[in-house]
Design a protein around this ligand. Structure first.
Ligand code: 87F
Length: 453
């Protein structure tokens, strides 16, 4: 929860710069609201949880638990928006949502209840909407790369994989080398005017001469976006950096960045050691470093070392009598086990440098591992071999829905089927005459493919 809070602190400050306002809409959705927008809900219906009973009595009408809030919010948007003066409307909600996943739930990655932020914004023009989609996507990239130290690719979702209710979906995509699976890390949707039509969200447009003259029944449909990232981000971070000793936390999201552990050698002056430990924690804390002291006497130092390694704390400081005499401390890195002795006098500077180095090195290592999994393929045979090798596949593609569905069907197996992850914005050159790996038709784009979570 503290990791989530650190991410939230960053993201919330960034979207407030964009003039987003905080809202909270109800958790319970009455059936008529859900049914009214059947089209939108249909594909997702099996995942919606319903309350049907209170105590021993059946409810007259069942009530849905929000899986997402379009149907809750947009009827209000239709009431609130009358003129161009009400636009843009920018709302964000931090909450939990419920999706009744039955197949293979994985903690944080795919769970029945998860935390997220859902941003829902409304504009007069498509240009404003397009611009925001990318601005938010960049914030998501920064959450993953700068905070969680997880490399991601920005790109556009295929027609099969996009949010069906919208115009287009952009996403950041991560990859887990150990399992050879891609994972959608966050999405930023341009909804176009589809929801505006469904929910009748119109505005008087100052740029339309007919509307200026107050001609009857002349109104414009608004343009909408929606975007979200979830606690799944923490799951992706855990899988990316974790090792056989347990969690490895990037310093920027580590609730405890430095754990100080006294080492009471025999006959040592424990009072003096403890005092120094407390001073260190105080000094680091004053400098804005999240430090803590494990002074428990019923555990050995060795036990504490493994314990805080398992918890992923980026740095541990060990102090014994010799260190005390030498006015130094021993600092141990969680990510690579490296130990250094540092003079107690300029501890803050050294710790800060080490934390920054760990942050950078976790990202670089993760990026190298991810990049080593990328395989460029041109033919169907190369593609199936790469799928079996659990690669992150980059392939020239005709960008046709039927072809993607066909690839899914042809790769279906125990481990799931291969899907598109995104067409990366960062496109390699598509040499003229390049054909689609699956259909042999002219390729329109490079796309990432792979098995995914
Ligand atoms: C499950 C049940 C009912 C996903 C669902 O991308 C509805 C849905 O609409 C559903 N699972 N979705 C798509 C969510 C789309 C959209 N919502 C706001 C986002 C960003 C945040």
């Amino acid at each position: 929860m503290e990791i989530w809070e650190l991410l939230k602190e960053f993201f919330d400050a960034e979207i407030k710069k964009l003039k987003l306002k905080s809202y909270y809409f109800p958790l319970f959705i009455t059936e008529n609201v859900v049914q009214k927008k059947k089209d939108h809900f249909e594909g997702f219906a099996p995942e919606v949880a319903w309350v049907t009973k209170t105590g021993n009595s059946e409810l007259e009408a069942p009530i849905a638990i929000r899986p997402t809030s379009e149907t809750v919010m947009y009827p209000y948007f239709a009431k609130w928006i009358r003129s161009h003066r009400n636009l843009p409307l920018r709302c964000n909600q931090w909450c939990s949502v419920v999706r009744w996943e039955c197949s293979n739930p994985i903690p944080l990655i795919r769970s029945r209840e998860f935390l997220w932020q859902e941003g829902h914004t409304v504009f007069a023009t498509k240009e404003e909407s397009d611009e925001e989609v990318l601005h938010i996507l960049e914030l998501y990239r920064r959450i993953y790369e700068e905070f969680l130290a997880v490399p991601v690719s920005k790109g556009r979702k295929s027609e099969v994989e996009k949010f069906a209710g919208g115009l287009y979906t952009t996403s950041v995509e991560a990859f887990i080398p150990n399992t050879g699976r891609g994972i959608q890390a966050a999405t930023s949707n341009c909804l176009g005017q589809n929801f505006a039509k469904m929910f009748e969200i119109f505005f008087e447009d100052e740029n339309d001469p007919a509307q200026k003259k107050k001609e009857k029944n002349k109104r414009s449909l608004v343009w909408q976006n929606s975007w979200a990232y979830t606690t799944r981000s923490i799951g992706v971070m855990v899988m990316t950096h974790g090792d056989d000793k347990g969690l490895v936390l990037p310093p920027r999201v580590a609730p405890i960045q430095v754990m100080v552990i006294p080492d009471p050698l025999e006959d040592a002056d424990m009072t003096a050691i403890k005092e120094v430990c407390e001073t260190i924690v105080y000094t680091l804390s004053q400098a804005g470093i999240r430090a803590d002291l494990d002074a428990r006497e019923n555990y050995t130092p060795e036990w504490k070392h493994s314990h805080w390694e398992m918890k992923g704390v980026p740095l541990r400081i060990e102090i014994d009598v010799k260190d005390l005499a030498n006015k130094q401390v021993r600092v141990v890195r969680r990510d690579n086990g490296a130990k250094v002795d540092i003079p107690s006098t300029d501890l803050v500077e050294h710790v800060q440098v080490l934390l920054d180095r760990i942050q950078d090195s976790l990202f670089e290592t993760a990026k190298q591992k991810r990049d080593a999994c990328i395989e460029v393929v041109y033919t169907w045979d190369e593609f199936t071999a790469a799928v079996n090798d659990k690669k992150l596949i980059l392939a020239p593609w005709c960008d046709e829905e039927e072809v993607e569905k066909d690839v899914r069907a042809r790769t279906e197996g125990d481990l799931g089927s291969a899907k598109t992850l995104c067409a990366p914005f960062d496109q390699p050159d598509l040499v003229e005459g390049t054909v689609c790996f699956a259909s042999g038709k002219p390729a329109k784009t490079w796309s990432f493919w792979g098995r995914s979570y």
